[in-house]
Write a protein that binds this ligand. Structure first.
Ligand SMILES: Cc1ncc(COP(=O)(O)O)c(C=O)c1O
Length: 374
């Protein structure tokens, strides 16, 4: 049993065919349609498709003009590119510990990590559960720093009934196949700020800033000028075609994920050795991440091997990023720093969850866990 499986149907095929038949396959009308649907669903002014969430985070850091000498606070338990975004532009990723129950950044630790050099915080809505945005926005306001929401896992997630991705200055989403909806690879930057949206659009398109001042755009010989050092981070219309079809499935995918997640939590209740995820109404369960109730990495590994032997794929939640070579070496970070991030990396088990998963498959997973725990 796979840890996840995307859900596709004839709608994806039909839209990809429409794209190919049109002969327009790079960023074009289907990307615009995908962006329009995404912006509407997340109640945000601008949604700009890009090649991945990592590219979206990079674009966000560039749009905020973060640079050498700046510090960016990042949770210590996350995917490594939440931190890379700062490093790509020469800024320094400074880690902050997480809340072990929610796996999201701890606002107290965040505020303690802020220095006069801090320019931004990357807030991660890990596994589809919103971070405590009221506290985080209040801290950001108090210190005058920008907020980038890493919403890679959080398509459709809400915080107090409000879609995430537009609460901070910029939101960054992923359409990797392990995420809620997928375009193979892909990402989206969201913002309500026109200045940031203009910079993102320009930077993802080689830095093109439109016709030079005074040039007549209607003339066939008029070309764009390039005032910024940009990149090619455009999504293709072939991928956007899949994205448009996936947006139509979003609500049913989210409903199915929640149903399965709540069923897991009910079935695992009573197993003292396993801690189930903390639920809230806006949690979309991009991943269903359980934790061993005691700090026993060896036991966690044994359970994972036991499940693998029965053909059930699992993964640890994610990384304690400060223990990874690049950051540990560059900043002399010690493995025992950020103890909750370490405990989270060492004791989490992500169980299979995907639209189309049957109750029988789910029962099989729970039975396998019970048989190991006796
Ligand atoms: C929290 C987080 N941020 C960023 C990313 C990067 O996303 P992508 O693979 O689209 O670059 C991921 C992907 O796993 C993630 O989980």
């Amino acid at each position: 049993m796979n840890i996840t499986e995307p859900k596709f149907g004839v709608e994806e095929l039909e839209l990809v065919k429409r794209c190919l038949d049109s002969k327009w396959v790079t960023q074009g009308p289907l990307t615009s349609e995908f962006e329009r649907l995404f912006a509407m669903r997340h109640a945000v002014e601008h949604a700009m498709a890009t090649t991945s969430c990592t590219a979206a985070l990079h674009l966000a850091a560039l749009a905020l003009q973060l640079q050498c000498g700046d510090e960016v606070v990042v949770p210590a338990f996350t995917w490594v590119t939440s931190a890379h975004a700062a490093e790509y532009v020469g800024a320094k990723a400074v880690f902050s510990d997480v809340n072990l129950s929610t796996f999201n950044i701890d606002p107290v630790a965040l505020e303690a990590a802020i220095t006069p050099r801090t320019r931004a915080v990357v807030v991660v809505h890990l596994f589809g559960k919103a971070a405590p945005m009221d506290e985080i926005m209040a801290i950001a306001k108090r210190h005058g720093i920008a907020v980038i929401e890493d919403a890679a896992c959080a398509v459709g997630t809400t915080y107090n009934d409000r879609p995430i991705g537009a609460i901070g200055d910029l939101g960054c989403f992923s359409f990797h196949p392990r995420k809620v909806i997928t375009t193979g690879e892909g990402g989206m930057v969201t913002t309500n700020r026109d200045d940031l949206a203009n910079r993102v659009k320009c930077l993802r398109n080689h830095g093109a800033t439109g016709p030079a001042f005074g040039a007549d755009p209607s003339k066939p010989y008029t070309m764009s000028t390039f005032d910024m050092l940009g990149f090619n981070l455009r999504l293709s219309d072939i991928q956007a075609a899949v994205g448009v079809a996936q947006m139509a499935r979003l609500d049913s995918i989210l409903a199915e994920r929640r149903r399965l997640a709540l069923r897991y939590s009910e079935m695992l209740a009573g197993l003292d050795e396993i801690t189930v995820p903390v639920d809230d109404a806006g949690h979309t369960y991009q991943s269903y991440v359980t934790r061993l109730s005691r700090d026993d990495r060896a036991k966690r590994n044994e359970i994972m091997e036991h499940l693998a032997d029965r053909g059930i794929q699992t993964r640890p939640g994610t990384h304690a990023v400060h223990r990874l070579g690049y950051y540990a070496k560059k900043y002399g970070l010690q493995p025992e720093q950020f103890p909750n991030a370490c405990r989270a990396e060492d004791t989490t088990i992500t169980l299979p969850i995907f639209p189309g998963m049957t109750d029988q498959q789910q029962t099989e997973v729970v039975k396998a866990i019970r048989s190991k725990l006796g």
